[in-house]
Design a protein around this ligand. Structure first.
Ligand SMILES: NC(=O)c1ccc[n+]([C@@H]2O[C@H](COP(=O)([O-])OP(=O)(O)OC[C@H]3O[C@@H](n4cnc5c(N)ncnc54)[C@H](O)[C@@H]3O)[C@@H](O)[C@H]2O)c1
Length: 378
């Protein structure tokens, strides 16, 4: 059991070597399904990058992307292994479904290639630990693809918490949802996804509040998951036949420092929201309003509740405009980290705690009781 993964991991992050910056960075993309479009689109905006190779288990998907983006010289491979065995890369995007996050990432690291890994980090905590072990032995980094981290509104949450205006934080309710918003394809089956709403959009809700707090370690979880909407053809049509992940999850989590985290996430539900995100501090509280279709970004002003000269007041925090898209910044931050040799913009040493909570929810829900979170030695 490791006491503090964040500090334990510093050494590996510091050991990363910078890439040669005198030429374009050679990038590969593994998995050319839905989200890969955003990776192609944003890499191609960068003057210092060439996409040299792509891979997909379904070759037509890779061919389609190659043609769509006019990438005449790009080589296509049938899986991550052939790509990484045959190419000299400076970095790779892993855009595969959740069950195929860990294996290609570990394979890339062992080949000495830094990875931009799509969210969620992995399916299980054990897989996340294996990825971190591969980072440690290779000296190369992984950045987890949480683009909301680059959104000025999400960054404002962190600024507010870290400014001390809320005082000591003792309780947080977080989560998000959609009345109807169950995805299809690889998101809804055990064999490809492994986890449903808790991983897909739950990881964003956890990061939105844990990142501002500096990722306190989770200690215990009492979790619940259900699948009432996903499995019901009335709400999910033909997909109900194959749906076998969660569409709703909730948890009560004890964090280091005596902080309580109350979490709810839904791909489908009857109410319009599972509640706003609220960070309770001894000197103030921050309300982050829920959105209709939670995907990790805000669409309304936040409110700060505090006292001034003995009076209870509210301060509206207006929405901030982003200069570049969050996705552009996610790709740019990965490339810059390759050039400088790290540190990782969204490091696994933080997101391991996010994954530990998701993993804890699954385990606790299965057992029907609270469990202790134990993170193996990296
Ligand atoms: N950051 C975001 O906003 C965002 C949005 C959507 C999806 N995602 C994440 O991106 C990931 C992919 O989502 P998607 O919608 O593109 O899924 P998808 O099913 O459309 O695409 C995944 C592709 O990966 C391929 N693949 C799987 N294993 C492979 C391997 N070992 N080698 C090569 N190809 C392999 C599959 O054949 C498939 O074409 C998911 O984990 C999802 O959570 C992130």
């Amino acid at each position: 059991m490791s006491d503090n993964v964040l500090s334990q991991f510093k050494q590996a992050e510091e050991a990363v070597k910078p890439a040669d910056t005198g030429r374009k960075l050679r990038i590969g993309i593994i998995g050319t399904g839905g989200i890969s479009w955003c990776h192609f689109y944003n890499y191609l905006k960068m003057p210092d990058v060439e996409i040299v190779a792509i891979a997909d288990l379904i070759p037509e998907r890779a061919i389609e992307r190659k043609e769509q983006f006019g990438l005449d010289n790009v080589r296509i491979y049938p899986s991550h292994k052939e790509l990484l065995d045959n190419e000299e890369l400076d970095g790779v995007s892993v855009c595969t479904y959740h069950r195929q996050h860990a294996e290609p990432t570990i394979y890339a690291l062992d080949k000495g290639v830094p990875v931009l890994l799509e969210k969620p980090f992995t399916v299980t905590l054990d897989e996340a630990v294996e990825v971190m072990r591969a980072e440690k032995r290779s000296g190369k980094f992984v950045s987890v693809g949480f683009q909301p981290r680059f959104n000025p509104n999400m960054q404002m949450i962190k600024k507010i918490v870290q400014s001390g205006v809320l005082g000591e934080i003792y309780y947080i309710q977080t989560g998000g949802g959609r009345r109807r918003g169950i995805p299809g394809g690889s998101f809804i089956e055990q064999s490809t996804a492994g986890i449903g709403a808790i991983g897909d959009i739950g990881c964003y809700s956890l990061d939105a509040v844990l990142n501002p707090l500096g990722y306190p370690k989770p200690l215990t979880v009492s979790g619940y998951v259900s699948d009432f909407f996903g499995k019901d053809p009335k709400y999910n049509g033909e997909d109900a036949k194959v749906f076998d992940v969660d569409d709703f999850g909730a948890a009560f989590v004890r964090l280091e420092g005596g902080i309580i985290l109350d979490f709810r996430i839904a791909w489908a539900m009857h109410p319009d929201t599972p509640g706003d995100t609220i960070i309770f501090g001894k000197e103030g509280a921050l309300r982050i309003p829920s959105t209709d279709c939670w995907n990790g970004s805000l669409d309304n002003a936040m409110t700060l509740y505090h006292d001034v000269c003995g009076e209870q007041v509210e301060t509206r925090i207006p929405l901030l405009e982003e200069e570049k898209s969050d996705f552009y910044m996610k790709i740019r931050s990965f490339l810059d980290a390759i050039k400088t040799g790290g540190p990782s913009p969204v490091p696994t040493s933080e997101i391991i705690y996010n994954q530990a909570i998701i993993d804890g929810i699954v385990k606790s829900a299965k057992l029907g009781r609270e469990i202790e979170i134990e993170i193996p030695e990296i």
